[in-house]
Write a protein that binds this ligand. Structure first.
Ligand code: ADP
Ligand code: ADP
Length: 234
């Protein structure tokens, strides 16, 4: 069923005397269980779109429905509450908090949830770390981990709260090819298990791991097509 519906989304940034039309008339609908890549040249609006999808930023005009919530009209507090429940983020630079341990990093977003008791949090953190094969590092700090390991912890943080969508912004951008492959395999696995994933990437090889490719140019969707599957991805 439809999880996300963007209608006539416009985003304008006003800085000094300059208006930047970052997104114009975006129409996009995403079904539960889809795996989507968003690609396009630098500055075309990919990050802005991901920030809007993830309720980190607001729209200038248009309607956004996320899992039944009309979010364009919400205030910041309401947006934060829905974001924390519905959205899991994975960033290029991992964004772990350096003075929290691995398990504290994964637990942190859940501590803001009114539907997770402390036992629920412990259980969810343990399961998420097992899923990404980092349970043996639960008490380590981010600086004690390789980049690939940090990103796996970030994936655990993104999935621990069972969000309706996982948003990934260049998730392999800071990783060598071996660790990039490990993170991409993890996303494949989450998708096979039913997760909805929307990923921004410059890397054509990563982009092709998705089922659907949305191409952006100058703030507009210029193409939106299924990705042909190779034999290996059946
Ligand atoms: P991409 O992720 O595709 O590189 P962005 O979404 O970051 O593109 O940027 C789209 C356009 O919006 C660019 O012209 C960028 O300079 C502008 N922009 C993005 N964020 C801001 C901001 N906070 N203030 C002003 N302009 C911005
Ligand atoms: P993985 O087994 O997840 O592929 P790596 O091969 O990247 O991990 O790293 C091997 C080991 O070296 C890991 O146990 C990790 O803790 C350690 N390590 C890697 N990079 C760093 C680093 N920058 N600082 C501290 N320890 C590191």
């Amino acid at each position: 069923q439809t999880l996300i519906e963007l209608n006539s989304i416009q985003k304008v940034f006003f800085t000094d005397e300059v208006e930047t039309h970052a997104l114009s008339n975006i129409e996009l609908s995403i079904n539960a269980g889809e795996y989507i890549s968003i690609s396009g040249p630098s500055g075309c609006g990919k990050s802005t779109l991901l920030s809007i999808l993830g309720l980190l930023d607001t729209v200038t005009n248009g309607q956004y429905q996320l899992n039944g919530h009309q979010v364009a009209s919400l205030n910041a507090t309401q947006r934060a509450r829905i974001r924390n429940k519905e959205v899991g983020f994975i960033f290029q630079s991992f964004n772990l908090i350096s003075d929290l341990t691995v398990e504290e990093n994964v637990a942190l977003p859940l501590t803001y949830r009114d539907d997770f008791s402390s036992q629920d949090i412990d259980k969810a953190v343990k399961e998420a770390l097992e899923k990404v094969d980092m349970a043996h590092r639960a008490n380590h700090f981010p600086s004690q981990l390789s980049g690939g390991q940090q990103q796996r912890v970030a994936v655990a943080r993104a999935i621990a709260g069972n969000p309706s969508i996982i948003l990934a912004d260049e998730p392999t951008g800071n990783l060598d090819s071996k660790n990039a492959e490990a993170v991409m395999s993890l996303l494949d696995e989450l998708h096979r298990e039913g997760a909805t994933i929307c990923m921004v990437t410059h890397d054509p090889r990563s982009a092709k791991r998705a089922q659907r490719l949305v191409e952006i140019l100058d703030g507009k969707v210029i193409a939106d097509n299924p990705i042909a599957r190779g034999v290996q991805a059946a």
